[in-house]
Design a protein around this ligand. Structure first.
Ligand SMILES: [Zn+2]
Length: 504
């Protein structure tokens, strides 16, 4: 049995003006394009391929790798970048023929400069090559904005059930198993989906606590244990995408039972719809969060999550509002990961380690995350920027934010500010440890992360606080100027109505 595989994975924040380029995909540790055997070498890592490659080996099937490009979330993907990667994948699929199946690894919320849906057309292009008789299965991110075309073209879709996404390997393995069972004729996938008129903030999708989305995901796990159900998925969607089909959706794959798939997809959607008011997130004012952290007993670790400027939601990560609050409050034992500012990094490097320097940091990318802030500090470290991830998410892979400077504000024991050349996604303890900062020994950790940080930081945190700062990943969705999103939609339009709901 031969299964050809490849894919493109990016999550698009359409409120980010800066396009995502091929150079971004190719940048090691920020993105990364794996080709041929490099895909198979991902076996065992905390990634989708980490599980899919291992499962293929276990089942004794041959995986024929093409190209897989993944990159940090960001702005719409440049057409040239998509075309180049897609062409590599399609050429690889053609060269691999004849094949028994296709495993296409996608994110599910990628938009192009000139197209709201990237995944549907990619699936369709693969279908055109392999024909109608060869099954195509795709694993998806929980933040997928599901398009009609994706469902129409794929034979099977299955999404992550955890946020933070600690189950990427399990999802890759599940997709591979579904594909192999289909090829062997053990199952005949029948798929149905439901899309709610509902967008919800990321924080209400977290599964480390009983979030509104988790209630539906728990039911999906139960459904998967019932006879005839192959996979049940609840997708929270990605709300910072101004595309017509953004939002919460569900997908159920059964063994040949279309009615069961339809009924189950609707049941999962109904659980979310019934709780639509509970998805609202009310972040804590900056001053309140800092004061509580400073008043906490010695040894406390307060994580202040800058959820509105989350690199993993495609923001620049150069917001200054919380740093300003720390300085004004005279905070001590605080570490900030991070502020993207290549100019500031260059200034620190030019001054040299040990130098005292005054400069403005952050707020330069789009002016939506607080204005540039004047600071004075001592340059403590210049680092080339790449380091291994300890996990649980992405364990065994490398991260990079480009050259990084640590600036110490307020003297020893004050505020340790990381300045980086590239956007970052501080979801791993090594985002501090690699730069000589021990996170368990700091009173305040500021993380520009929506929720992924929880996997590594909840275990060391006394308290996690979602802070109310400005930005293009803010949970206050009514503040976004949507133009392409379908309407009416909740919570933007109170009159939004799900057509499958039985009217009272
Ligand atoms: Zn995601």
């Amino acid at each position: 049995m031969r299964i050809v595989t490849g894919g493109i994975a990016q999550e698009t924040n359409t409120f980010q003006w800066q396009p995502t380029t091929l150079a971004d995909f190719e940048r090691l540790g920020f993105g990364g394009v794996a080709r041929g055997a490099e895909i198979l070498a991902l076996e065992g890592t905390g990634t989708v391929y980490g599980g899919a490659v291992a499962e293929a080996r276990r089942l004794g099937v041959e995986l024929v790798p093409t190209t897989y490009g993944g990159v940090m979330p960001g702005g719409r993907v440049a057409r040239a970048a998509y075309d180049a990667l897609a062409e590599e994948i399609l050429t690889g699929v053609r060269a691999a023929l004849p094949v028994d199946g296709v495993l296409l690894v996608l994110h599910g919320a990628m938009a192009l400069a000139d197209a709201d849906d990237a995944e549907g057309p990619l699936l369709a292009a693969v279908r055109e090559i392999v024909g109608p008789g060869v099954p195509i299965v795709a694993p998806l991110d929980l933040h997928t904005n599901l398009s009609d075309e994706m469902v129409a073209v794929a034979d099977g879709l299955v999404g992550y059930k955890e946020y933070p996404h600690v189950d990427m390997p399990q999802t890759g393995a599940a997709a591979l198993r579904m594909l192999v069972a289909t090829i062997r004729g053990e199952i005949r996938p029948a798929m149905a989906f439901a899309r709610l008129p509902l967008i919800v903030p990321n924080q209400a999708m977290v599964t480390t606590w009983q979030s509104p989305l988790k209630d539906a995901i728990d039911r999906a796990r139960e459904l998967e244990r019932e006879p005839g159900v192959v996979a049940a998925t609840v997708l929270g969607g990605f709300p910072f995408a101004d595309v017509p089909f953004a939002g919460v959706s569900t997908i159920v794959v059964t063994d040949g039972d279309t009615a069961l798939a339809r009924r189950s997809a609707d049941e999962l959607a109904a659980i979310c719809w019934a709780q639509r008011d509970d998805f609202a997130v009310r972040p804590t004012p900056i001053g309140e969060a800092i004061a509580a952290a400073m008043a906490a007993p010695a040894g406390s670790v307060h994580v202040l999550a800058d959820i509105a400027d989350s690199g993993a939601s495609g923001t620049a990560g150069d917001g200054t509002a919380i740093l300003r609050g720390l300085i004004e409050a005279g905070a001590r034992s605080a570490a900030v990961a991070q502020i993207m500012d290549a100019e500031a990094v260059a200034a620190c490097a030019a001054a040299g380690v040990g130098s005292e320097i005054s400069l403005t940091v952050g707020g330069k990318h789009d002016g939506l995350h607080g204005p540039p802030l004047s600071v004075t500090g001592r340059v403590r470290l210049i680092h080339e920027g790449s380091f291994p991830l300890a996990g649980p998410m992405g364990a065994g892979t490398m991260a990079s934010r480009g050259r990084t400077a640590v600036l110490e504000i307020g003297g020893p024991g004050g505020i340790e500010l990381q300045l980086t050349e590239l956007r970052g996604h501080p979801h791993d303890l090594n985002y501090f440890r690699a730069f000589g900062i021990e996170p368990t020994e700091r009173r305040i950790l500021v993380l520009k992360s929506a929720a992924h940080f929880r996997a590594a930081f909840e275990p060391i945190a006394t308290r996690v606080v979602e802070v109310d700062a400005p930005g293009i990943s803010s949970p206050k969705l009514t503040g976004f100027a949507y133009e392409r999103l379908r309407r009416p939609i909740y919570p933007l339009d109170a009159e939004a109505w799900w057509e499958r709901e039985t009217k009272p």
